[in-house]
Design a protein around this ligand. Sequence first.
Ligand code: G3I
Ligand code: 9MR
Length: 567
Amino acid sequence: MNMKKFILIVITFSYLFIQTLYAQGEIKLNQIGFYPDSPKIAVVPGDMGGEFQVIDVETGETVYVSALHAPKSWEFSGEQVSLADFSDLTMPGRYRVIHETAGSSYEFEISDEIFRELSKASIKAYYFNRASTELKEEHAGIWARPMGHPDNVVYIHESAASTERPEGTVISSPKGWYDAGDYNKYAVNSGISTYTLMAAYEHFPEYYKQLSLNIPESENGKPDILDEIRWNLDWLLTAQDPHDGGVYHKVTTKNFAGVVMPHETTADRYAVMKSTSGTLNFAAVMAVAYRIYDSYDPIFAAKAIAAAKRAWDWAVQNPEQYYIQPPDIQTGAYGDRNLSDEFDWAAAELYITTREAKYWNARNFHEINVGIPSWSYVRPLAWVSLAHHRDKLTAASDIDLIEQRIIEQGDELLEEVQRSAYGITMGRYERDFVWGSNGVIGNHSLMLLQAYRVTGDETYLNAARANLDYILGRNATGYSFVTGFGSKPPMFPHHRQSAADGNVDPVPGFVVGGPQPGQQDGCEYPSDLPATTFLDHWCSYSTNEVAINWNAPLVYLIGALEFYSSP
Ligand code: G3I
Ligand code: 9MR
C-alpha cells in the first residue's frame, strides 16, 4: 500500500472513530461557524473540567487544545456549563469541538463572509411571506406557490365604520407581508418590523446595495432590500383612511385560517378599528421611509412623509383610541394600553426627517429612558434613529443625552453577559424568556450594536456576536433556531405555508419564536424551564411560530456582522 493510501485510510478511520465515540450536538456552538478573527466559544454541559480539543474534520487532526473555563450554573436551563474558548484558532476550515466525557459539537466552519447566505435568506423570508402575489419557481424554488389574498376586496368592519366609510364599505388593501405563521396583516407589528429593516439599510447602505436576493424586482437597479420593504410599505399606505389620517389596526379574517396554503383561504377580509398604536407606528415608519426612498423614488417619498404627518395629527387628536378586539374577531390583538413610547418614537422620526422642532418639543426626551425594543415598546427605536443622525440634528436636540442613553443600555446588557453561564444577554427572566424570546435576543443585539456604533468599543460587538451564536445553536435546546440553517434547525415551524406545501423542508430563513415557559398553546413540553421550554412541532405556536418582528432584528444583526467582519 502506498503512503498516500495509508494516510487516507488512517484519516477515514480516525474520523469515523470520532464520529461514533462522541455524540454530536452535546457541545453547543454556532452551527454555521465563525469569522477568522471573531471570538469562538462553545458551551460544554456539566462540570467535568479538563481540556477540550478542536478537530479538523478533513484531516482528523487536533488543531487546538485548551482548558475549559470554570463551570457556572444557569438557572434558566437548570444546568451547569463550562465555556470552551478557541478564539485563537483563526485558520479557515471545517472543525468540531470535542471533550472526552461530554461528547462533540456539530461541524462548523471558520471562514470569511460566513453569514452571507444566512443574511440573504433572512431577508428573503419576507418575500416568501408576501401577500397578494404568486411566488414563481425562478425566485421561490420548491416553495413556489399561487397567489393568495389579493385583498382588493376588504370590508370595513363595524369597529372601523365612519361617515365616509360605513360598515361594509369595500376598500382595496393589497400587498404587505403576512405577519407570521398566520395570514393576517397588523399595522402595529408592521411598524417595528419594517422600521428595523429600514434601519439596517440606513446604517449599512454599502452592504445592502450589493446584496442580491433573487426576487422579482432584482433587475430594477435598486437595492433588493428596499424593494422587499416597499412591498409592505405599499400595503401600509392603504391602511390609512384618506378621510381623516387614522390607520386601521389590521386587515384580517375573522378567525385564523386552517393549515392551508394562501390561495386556499377564501374567508372575507376586514379592516378593523382605527387605533392610536397602529397610527403612530404608521407615522414613524412613513417618516423613516421618506429618508430611505427619497433618492430612489421621490414621488413615493413625498407621499410617505405627507401620510406620516397626517397620521401624527390624527393620533394627537385621538391619543387614547386603544385597540379593543371586537367580539367577532379572533386573530392577533397586538393590544397595548401604554402608548407614550409610540408617541416618543413617532415624534423622534418626524423630527429627524422634517427637522421641525415642534416634534422634538412634543415629547420630553430628557426624561425618558431606553430599554429593549419590542412590538409593544418602541421607545428605544427613537434613540436608535436619533443616535444614527446625531451629527445632523438641529440645536433643539441634545447629542450628549442621545449617546448617554445608548451607552447606558449597552452597558446593562454587557452586565448580563458577564453574569450569564452561556456568555449571552438572555437572563433578565420575566422580560427575556417571553413569547418571541428569539426576537428579544435579536433586539438586545440591535441595541448592543448601537453602543458599538457610538463608542467603537468591540466588547459590545462581541456580545452581539455571542447572541448570534445563541440563535444558531449555542443555547440550551441545541437547536439552530433558523429554518434551513445549521445541523439541527426547526423542521416543523408554526408557519402555515411550511406545514401545508408538501415539502419536507420548511421555508428557509425564518427564526422561530424560541423558548419561553408560558405554554399558552397547551402542547406537551419536555421542560418547564424558561430556556428549554421549546418544541419543534406545529402545535407549538408559543415557541415555534415565525414572525416578521422576530426576523427583522436578526436581519439587522447578521447584516451588521457581515458589514463589520468581512474583509
Ligand atoms: O406583558 C406581560 C408581562 O407583563 C409579563 O411579565 C409576561 C409574562 O409572561 O407576559 C407579558 O405578556 C405577554 C405579551 O405577549 C407581551 O409580550 C403575554 O404573556 C403573551 O401571551 C403575549 O404574546 C403575544 C402573542 O401574540 C399572543 O397574544 C406575543 O407577544 C405576540 O408576538 C404574538 O403575536 C402573534 C399575533 O398575535 C398573531 N400572529 C402571530 C404572532 C406571533 O405569534
Ligand atoms: O395559528 C395562530 C398563530 O398564528 C397565533 O400566534 C396564535 C396565538 O394567537 O394562534 C394560532 O391559532 C391557534 C388558535 O389561537 C387556537 N386554535 C389553534 C390555532 C393554531 O392551530
